[in-house]
Design a protein around this ligand. Structure first.
Ligand code: UFG
Length: 349
């Protein structure tokens, strides 16, 4: 199959591209590199041994995106491009609605114009009502508590209405829980450009001494040890879910949503302990206050994805922590090498 991957140079996008290529598909990446860089594409090629074509295109730039559709033909689109920080979305909702919604509308307009009827959309567990009962099923009430989450929900609604109006269109909505880990080669993984908000990237910065100790946001939740519980899923397993969704989309019209998580909840303190044991390293941390907006417990019911997509997450929490740390060590090494490069200064006459 020939697949257009939007946001294909990002943390999750790059893993999806590796899985697609390993399955023998052809792909074209569009990315605006706002939260990634082209080195991810070089790594995708070196890991898979296959050539990848890409364009530096912002999906809200309809003319630039149209050049891609005019030049290449696609069987499906895997759509991951978009902004993804809850905090940033509260500070700048306009940018979030513009990039996430307008970008998706432009993309779908071009898909219709060029006869592409299948899309896999990167949604999030954040679309669920904060008080949902766990394990959360896809039929649970949808109600998001941040502008970021509401852009995901609005796009989900858009796809549902689009499929109602155009019965030959297929949209698969993948609701990610908490993706962590890195490619098992240690060559590619998450590369936050700013201070990480998410648990594992921050934890690793604290372990490597780049930042102060990790603050555990609250130990007074009604959970096993008082810290929040989340459903951590290895990013490779998550990426494989996209391939299953792609095959499903080729055979089914209409709009369908699937949870992608491990189906098991672990607490923040359990994750810290697993990371320390798995990597034989100390994790410096303090207990702090709850983070506003956080919920106590979130984990998925993954029965639907298992039964309908035939998908099964394989990697456990220890493997997620080991793969994440292997990549982090590689990243630190790369950053040290970059810092040592001295560029010649231009001579003034
Ligand atoms: N946490 C800490 N300290 C930190 C960071 C996080 O204790 O420095 C805790 C949080 O309180 C939470 C858990 O670690 O209990 C996970 O927090 P993350 O920020 O890693 O992830 P969230 O579950 O808050 O958010 C994730 C995605 C969002 C998505 C949301 C719901 O990052 O994009 O899941 O699906 F919206």
């Amino acid at each position: 199959m020939r697949v257009l991957v939007t946001g294909g140079a990002g943390y999750i996008g790059s893993m999806v591209c590796i899985e697609l290529l390993n399955e023998g598909h052809e792909l074209f990446i569009v990315d605006n590199f706002s939260n990634s860089d082209a080195s991810a594409i070089t790594k995708i090629m070196s890991i898979t041994g296959k050539m990848v074509q890409y364009a530096n295109v912002d999906i809200t730039d309809r003319n630039a995106l149209e050049v891609v559709f005019r030049t290449y033909s696609f069987d499906s689109v895997i759509h991951l491009a978009g902004k993804k920080s809850v905090t940033e979305s509260i500070e700048n909702p306009l940018q979030y609605y513009y990039d996430n919604l307008i970008g998706t509308v432009m993309l779908v307009q071009l898909m219709q114009q060029y006869g592409v009827h299948s899309i896999i959309f990167s949604s999030s567990a954040t679309v669920y009502h904060p008080e949902s009962i766990c394990p959360i099923q896809e039929i649970a009430e949808l109600k998001s508590s941040s502008p970021y989450g509401r852009t995901k929900l609005a796009i989900e609604n858009f796809f549902r209405e689009l499929c109602d109006a155009h019965p030959t269109f297929s949209a698969v909505l993948l609701r990610y829980f908490n993706p962590i880990g890195a490619h098992s080669s240690g060559e590619i993984g998450e590369k936050p450009l700013e201070v990480p908000n998410n648990l594992l990237p921050y934890l690793m910065d604290a372990v490597s001494g780049k930042r102060p100790p990790l603050e555990v946001f609250g130990n007074d939740y009604d959970t096993i040890d008082g810290s929040g519980i989340r459903d951590f899923i290895h990013v490779e397993d998550l990426a494989k879910g996209h391939i299953k969704a792609l095959y499903y989309s080729m055979e089914h019209m209409g709009c369908e949503s699937f949870n992608l998580g491990s189906g098991t909840g672990y607490s923040v303190l359990q994750l810290i302990e697993t990371f320390a044991t798995a990597n034989k390293i100390e994790v410096p941390y303090n207990i702090g206050n709850r983070r506003p907006g956080d919920i106590a417990i979130s984990f998925a019911d993954i029965t639907k994805a298992q039964q309908i997509l035939g998908w099964q997450p394989l990697k456990n929490l220890t493997e997620m922590c080991q793969d994440a740390w292997r990549w982090q060590l590689k990243l630190l090494q790369e950053q040290r090498v970059e810092a040592q490069i001295v560029y010649p200064t231009k001579k003034t006459v």
